[in-house]
Design a protein around this ligand. Structure first.
Ligand code: GUN
Length: 303
């Protein structure tokens, strides 16, 4: 199998981080402004802890300031809201990210709504959702924005293309659809209950898989030459890798697309891992830079 059609998200993300870093250096030199990103982690979920550590490292590598706030799993909602309020008024903090999921005692929507929309580098605040759908200056959710950058890199102008988004989450599916629409695609939003889903995918030039079901999208759902972006990250048993010390099967990460089948027909496809995943933090850094510029009356760089 040729690998020319595999999109290297790791390399693409490294390039984007480098561009953000060099723009940040120029802005520091011209304006004395150092963008700052605050990340709030409540609890000790190991996967979230890894994300937060990577965010901090990559923020510093891009020449920006990283502020990390780790709170105990039983922190009351009021304390999280008080921290967000404090970060909203801190002039060194231009972006605020509260790592999800939050523990059960905390109302996620309440916390996200408390973030100043201009510092909402996740793009989850309803004000940014509204700006995105109405063509305003939104901060755009990072994962969908990363997908758009990869699509434009491969395909150039997306206008007129038939795109299907499989998945309707607030974090990926819905903003992805809005961004594709803004690029003048003809957009179908599909999900686990869509009738004739395979056929709807087959009719599409672009397939975005964000449904959270391991390897659901098969090779014969993909039209020859179509571009497939797999946002899924699913951990599944991999008995072929042998057993763990406790006797249970080892595991592996797979996407929402059956990669080996789809890679035979797709014009371009992202793998899991190493596709969309690395783009998310790179886009977070980009959003932090954009937010810092806007808060200081500086025209943000076009990245
Ligand atoms: N948890 C997993 N992904 C994300 C993300 O993109 N943003 C936040 N805030 N939490 C997450």
């Amino acid at each position: 199998m040729s690998t020319d059609n595999i999109i290297d998200g790791k390399a693409f993300a490294a390039g984007l981080r480098e561009r953000v870093g060099s723009e940040a250096a120029q802005i520091k030199q011209a304006h004395g402004l150092v963008p700052g990103l605050a990340v709030v982690l409540v609890g000790d979920d190991p996967a979230s802890a890894v994300y937060v550590r990577n965010k901090g490292e990559q923020t510093r590598e891009a020449g920006m300031q990283s502020f990390e706030h780790r709170l105990a799993a039983d922190t009351p909602e009021a304390n999280v809201l008080a921290l967000v309020a404090q970060l909203n008024t801190d002039d060194a903090v231009h972006g605020i990210l509260v790592q999800l999921p939050l523990p059960d005692q905390i109302d996620e929507q309440k916390v996200l709504s408390a973030i100043n929309p201009d510092k909402d580098v996740d793009g989850f605040h309803v004000t940014n959702v509204g700006r995105l759908w109405t063509g305003g200056d939104a901060l755009v959710p990072c994962t969908p924005y990363g997908c758009i950058l990869m699509l434009k890199d491969r395909l150039g102008d997306l206008s007129g293309k038939r795109a299907i988004v499989v998945g309707r989450s607030n974090i990926v599916g819905k903003p992805m659809a809005a961004l594709l629409l803004a690029e003048s695609c003809t957009v179908t939003i599909a999900h686990s209950r869509t009738k004739d889903l395979a056929q709807r995918c087959r009719e599409s030039d672009i397939v975005i898989a964000a449904v959270g079901r391991p390897e659901m999208i098969k090779g014969d759902w993909v039209s020859p030459g179509a571009t497939v972006i797999d946002v899924g990250i699913n951990r599944v048993d991999a008995p072929e890798k042998g057993l763990k010390e406790d006797g249970s099967p080892k595991t592996k990460l797979v996407g929402d697309v059956d990669f080996s089948e789809a890679a035979e027909v797709a014009g371009a496809i992202t793998p899991v891992p190493g596709g969309v995943g690395p783009m998310t933090i790179a886009c977070l850094l980009r959003n932090t830079l954009v937010a810092a510029c806007r808060q200081n009356g500086i025209e943000p760089p076009a990245i």
